[in-house]
Design a protein. Structure first.
Length: 233
């Protein structure tokens, strides 16, 4: 009820002040490096007086914030909706997951590297509560391997990127993150069929405020271009 009252008040206020308003968007790694920044940049070019607040947190914290009305939408990896959450999801694009390392990493000199050859390197793994972590664990189990003992658990893209370019760590990241960073390269080790489905999660039965609606439009437009980029890989 509080979320509905808050949104209704904002909606009336934004209608009274055309071209102004605030949209609060939550994100967690996937979608935060390219999709969301490009959509925000395009929105600000059209509507410079709309304020965009970006809130980065764990998937569970973002879900709670969405349900309470503290954020308007979540941009990131879609997962099975929790029963009774009252949310709806819209798919924007699919993105494969790749193992990556710095461009000069010793593994690139190996003729045919396998996952087992990487165990002794330091790794960055996502937190234990994430879907990606569970999927990676299944990859290691299928190959009869334990998780790397020398590891950092982190989902902050800024920290992950800096560790990748400055050390010999290995990480599993969405494909477009590596493609957009010249100092990071994908390792020739397949993780198929691992991929991210990136999309938008919103509360069901709630009409979007004008500022939220324009951000959704920009997300759709940017995602269309990114689908072409992923499919052209």
């Amino acid at each position: 009820i509080l979320a509905q009252l808050s949104q209704a008040g904002r909606h009336v206020d934004e209608l009274a002040r055309a071209g102004r308003g605030t949209v609060t968007v939550g994100t967690h790694l996937a979608g935060s490096n390219l999709l969301l920044p490009r959509a925000i940049a395009s929105l600000k070019a059209r509507h410079p007086h709309v304020t965009v607040v970006v809130h980065e947190a764990s998937p569970a914290a973002l879900q709670a914030a969405l349900e309470s009305g503290r954020i308007d939408l979540i941009v990131g990896r879609l997962s099975a909706a929790r029963e009774g959450s009252g949310t709806v999801q819209a798919t924007l694009y699919d993105e494969p997951i790749q193992l990556v390392a710095r461009a000069g990493h010793p593994t690139f000199a190996a003729p045919n590297p396998q996952l087992a050859d990487l165990i002794d390197y330091p790794w960055i793994l996502p937190g234990a509560e994430t879907t990606l972590r569970r999927e990676l664990e299944r990859v290691f189990v299928r190959q009869g391997l334990a998780l790397p003992e020398n590891r950092v658990e982190c989902t902050s893209i800024l920290t992950v990127r800096q560790l990748l370019v400055e050390t010999d760590v290995i990480a599993a990241l969405p494909m477009l993150i590596a493609r957009d960073e010249s100092r990071i390269s994908a390792l020739p080790i397949s993780l198929e069929p691992m991929s991210h489905t990136i999309g938008v999660t919103r509360l069901a039965g709630h009409s979007a405020t004008p500022s939220t609606a324009v951000l959704l439009e920009e997300l759709d437009a940017v995602a269309a271009r990114m689908r072409s980029s992923v499919n052209g890989s």
